[in-house]
Design a protein around this ligand. Sequence first.
Ligand code: PLP
Length: 383
Amino acid sequence: MGFTTKQIHAAVEPDSITGAILTPIYQSTTFVQESVDKYLEKGYSYSRSGNPTVRVLEQKIAILENGADCTCYATGMAATQAVMQACLSAGDHAVISDVAYGGTYRLATTVYSRFGVDFTFANSADPEAVRAAIRPNTKLIFTETPANPTLKLSDIRAISDIATEKGIPHAVDNTFLTPYYQRPLELGANMSVHSTTKYFDGHNATVGGAVVADTKELDAKLRYVQNAAGVIMSPWVAWLTLQGTKTLSIRMDRQASNAMAIAEFLEAHPKVAEVRYPGLKSFPQHELAKSQSDGFGAMLWFEVEGGVSAGKRLMDSVKLCTLAENLGSVETLITHPVTMTHADVEPAERARVGITDGLVRLSVGLEDVEDLIDDLRTALAHI
Ligand code: PLP
């Protein structure tokens, strides 16, 4: 079956009692046992350890990513944290992409570092830089591609080959492209990590996360953390995310074509100094994007002539593009990473990896693209 058929039908059965076509929201803390040592057929006991609505979403995402199984979490950060808890112990070391979501950087540098875990932030655009960062005690390679916010790409195949050679699990944060456009496990990675808050939900309604594992053994380690650390997704969030997932491919195709049109408009605009979108031929890793993904996504960034103050003026002048800190939703959102999503990354580190003060991030939504371009054209005229 094709992706769009699977995103609608995979893992979903009509309710066996009522025939309801949508998976019910099993809003129940606990599940009655048949006897002291026997659970009912499905094996549910307590919603921290597993919930039927959450389980349907997990099975659906596992099928879409072509993985062995999936665990869903309260947030995208809870998913990233589960990967770290499943793979790392005191005394271990992990290699992380030097450009990644600011929350991932914060989790590593301010939380896990207190528990005796060491991190190297490597330039994962260069697989050999990842190899060079590996130490005898490296127990996890965590890449994010395309990376938030610079869109730097990591070569998933090449890094997975290095990880396999060294016997280290490789997790890829696949939030920006989703399995519709990129399936890291098919390229050799061991885990695909998502903030479902973004494209899976797609409507700015929930926060959630998911990790798809390539083996049942790895999934079991993650599932253990999901229960032990208490980081599972709620049934309500799973239900809303199930509804969002049914239109994932349709939304992404339209959002990506909107993004391409906006990127081309910005590239030709005299007041725009620089634009980066993986679909543009001018994108430095355009060939890598084509070779490992089926699409370029709907995230782009640009800098306007006149630096930070001009960029701020633009963000204050747009009317349809909304200044807010999310991405992947039907609404087009404009963000200033330095003061918003990446405020907790050290200024020197931001400068080193190219998160400049004037960088404006655009998460392109589903609106009519002419309206979005008009909005940007008018705002640029104010500068
Ligand atoms: N990974 C990426 C690439 C993100 O952009 C984000 C959030 O923006 C996260 C993970 C964290 O997800 P959440 O906000 O759902 O915790």
